[in-house]
Design a protein around this ligand. Structure first.
Ligand code: NDP
Length: 256
């Protein structure tokens, strides 16, 4: 049955940055498909509100405080997940930040902070998730890239470097862990209306109109827009898909 291929009942997912924005959209999608979800981010109050929402919808959820750039914090996240739910099947590496400055103005600490969260965080969480997935006979890792995994932007040198790196890291993890039954893929969101891009529109006043003009779908994305692709990549329906980077962008990346 094709429906069963998308069913996540009995599966446990961690979504980093799951307490807001794109991550929240993905948490809602995975929970609707039947997964128990760990909402993993720094702001515990925001995470607890999301857990309450999922539980009120009869889903299973747990809030765990984590800084994805900190190895011991990431280890503690994996431990809490396995202690609470007994397993880990799906990891969504969604936590991300941006500091918008032209390259000549970006300081080394700013560069390092963006790389630490977006790229090193993705590596640390994937590495920490591997033992539980391997011992379970398989798993799914979904990394969140960006249009800046493909294109450059004068105002986001560290972000672009980190998101380009996320796609290459996705391929390396996919290649290394395919024999363990772990599929690793990336979603490349187009421009989605979140706190991150609201700040982006304040920093770069031309951004809003540029996105509307450049996106064939003629709109900004919503929190829901990445959820379907995430459920697909988390489910048995994608068992023969690995190392891919799928744009979810209203067509932004398919034409000049
Ligand atoms: P938001 O700013 O709305 O959400 C970012 C999330 O990441 C928050 O939940 C935040 O929670 C969490 N987070 C930030 N730093 C850390 C950290 N060190 N450790 C753990 N969690 C952290 O952004 P978006 O929803 O827009 O972005 C989500 C992902 O999608 C990012 O990777 C972003 O780069 C990517 N993306 C976004 C696009 C867009 O148009 N919005 C386009 C392309 C990619 P808390 O503060 O509680 O830690």
């Amino acid at each position: 049955m094709i429906d069963a291929s998308f069913d996540l009942s009995g599966k446990i997912a961690i979504v980093t940055g799951g307490n807001g924005g794109i991550g929240l959209g993905i948490v809602r999608g995975l929970a609707e498909a039947g997964a128990g979800v760990v909402v993993a981010a720094r702001n515990e109050e925001k995470s607890r509100r999301v857990v309450q929402e999922i539980q009120e919808g009869a889903g299973e959820a747990l809030a765990v405080s984590v800084d994805v750039g900190d190895e011991s914090s990431v280890e503690a996240l994996m431990q809490s997940t396995v202690e609470h739910f007994g397993r880990l099947d799906i990891l969504v590496n969604n936590a991300g930040i941006n500091i918008r400055k032209t390259p000549e103005k970006l300081t080394l600490p700013e560069w390092s902070e963006v790389l630490q969260v977006n790229l090193t965080g993705t590596f640390l969480c994937s590495q920490a998730a591997y033992p539980a997935m391997k011992s379970a006979g398989g798993g799914k890792i979904i990394n969140i890239g960006s249009m800046l995994s493909i294109f450059g932007a004068s105002f986001s040198p560290a972000y672009g470097a980190s998101k380009g790196g996320v796609v290459q890291l996705t391929k390396s993890l996919a290649s290394a862990w395919a024999a363990d039954g772990i599929q690793v893929n990336a979603i490349l969101p187009g421009f989605i209306d979140t706190d991150l891009t609201r700040q982006g529109r304040r920093d770069v006043p031309t951004l809003h109109e540029h996105v509307l003009k450049r996106t064939p779908a003629g709109r900004w994305g919503t929190l829901k827009d990445c959820a379907g692709t995430a459920v697909f990549l988390a489910s048995p329906a994608s068992d023969f898909v690995t190392g891919a980077a799928i744009p979810v962008d209203g067509g932004f990346s398919m034409q000049v």
